[in-house]
Write a protein that binds this ligand. Sequence first.
Ligand code: AP5
Length: 257
Amino acid sequence: MAGTDEPDRASWLQGAAARCNPQPGKVDRPWRLILLGPPGVGKGTQAELLHRRLLACHLSTGDVFRTVGTKAECDLSPAMKAALDYMRRGDLVPDSIVWEMLLERGNCLRCGGGFLLDGFPRTLHQAESLRRQLENQNITLHAVVNYELPIEEIVHRLSGRRTCKNCKAVYHLTDRPPKLPDVCDLCGGALSQREDDRPESVKVRLEAYAEKTAPLIEFYRDLKLLLSVSAAGTPDEICTRTIEALQQRAKQSPAHT
Ligand code: AP5
């Protein structure tokens, strides 16, 4: 990966051997965070902004699956082909496949610059596995930021989303439009609509969230890690709100390791 502070959402997708962005030595106080919330609430958008402010690596399991999905059919294992079918329908990918992929990038969890997990964990089983993995390696999870937004606004955000095929930067047709229609501001790549943003897949994703992911809110509340943040307003406002909530938490636990 490039050793700059510029967000490079695509760089760590190159695989397990990818280097950190930015170089871990630059970070005074690493944050290890999970970003939780329904599909389309803005986790990826916030992860990019938080990456600029906190310099922690942004790890998105959804981005990894989408990148795998661009490979030739013959290069995909049967398990990965099945995983991509789940994803296109809007269903969650089976835990075993997600976990295997996360382990491949286990170095990212040990990164001295901290991490922002976006889209993982998504089931109680994944959350338990992650808790054990972090405990075994003596890694402290500092907080789980839970973004909240009314359902109508979520559907609006999902239906207008456009993503760069090349660098994975995220736009919105009306709320975060690119400077030129269908062209990425950052790399000039073509923008397109995600397959799982079609209305029928969105419905399945929202149901999967309610059934399998929403229970994580109580799980992390019980562990005293939950920080609920409103996802209303502009991305910058939400980011500032998030940083304030983190600073508040840091004051309460000064021995931040
Ligand atoms: P994933 O890619 O993680 O999708 P998701 O969680 O459904 O989240 P999204 O990426 O849809 O939304 P987001 O919250 O990041 O919002 P964004 O910032 O883009 O996962 C996709 C699939 O992969 C899953 O369905 C599943 O199949 C599989 N998968 C991944 N991880 C898995 C796991 N751990 N276990 C099992 N399966 C897994 O914003 C949305 C839109 O709103 C954008 O257009 C953006 O520009 C706009 N926007 C953002 N903020 C604002 C704002 N403040 N105001 C106005 N517009 C805004």
